[in-house]
Design a binder for this molecule. Sequence first.
Ligand code: ATP
Length: 239
Amino acid sequence: ERDRPLLEARGVVYRYGAISALRGVDLHVDRGEAVCVIGPNGAGKTTLARVAGGLYRPAEGALLVDGEPLSRRPHEAVARGVGSVLEGRHLFVEQTVRTNLELGCYHGKVPKAVVAERLEKVMELFPVLRKRAGQQTSTMSGGEQQMVAVGRALMAEPEVLILDEPSMGLSPKITGEVFDALAALRAGGLSILLIEQNAPLAFELADRGYLLRQGSVVVEGSIEELTGDDVVRSAYLGA
Ligand code: ATP
């Protein structure tokens, strides 16, 4: 089915005990689209990234991949083409860069030759990772580690890539490199759900976006619509 969203959150509610982090979120990513979610601290962005990536199950509502809900099986999201780059990266920092990248294929029983091909593609995208392939990941800079995290997610060949605050803690220069790579991936047909506090940066990559506040979507639209919205302009674009 080409006309249903690749990824869709429908009325998603998520609670941490008594705290409602998501209060009925509707959002979707179509094939080939780059969609951003902006919002202040505590809005629920990280929670949304984790629900969208299949790591958290909604208390109410559903997360649909290609129109079908995710089951409870671990790693199902990855197997169904949903890749995530989480906040904090969760790399095995004692291991080499190459090992971390290869671990991205771990759940798929991927033949060695295919792993090698995918590794080659990731290293074309991030040439620094080729130079550092044998290096212990903990010795890499924050930006390089972010590239490893993106690369590892790509090793499973996702159809949609979810990124939670990929610019966090990175210099503008490295952030630019990471976002150039994301733009190239997008141009190659990858769908993207970008969770990002830095609205101007997010708007450069995305076609469409959502403003999340206190667990609810309060504004949504094309980037043109968002940049024209008074709430978005005053709070996120320094207007
Ligand atoms: P930030 O940009 O500060 O990370 P965020 O938009 O990503 O914020 P979340 O981290 O999703 O927001 O948090 C949403 C709400 O849920 C906040 O009120 C937060 O305090 C709460 N929350 C998040 N994680 C937990 C947790 N493990 N236990 C209890 N409450 C939590």
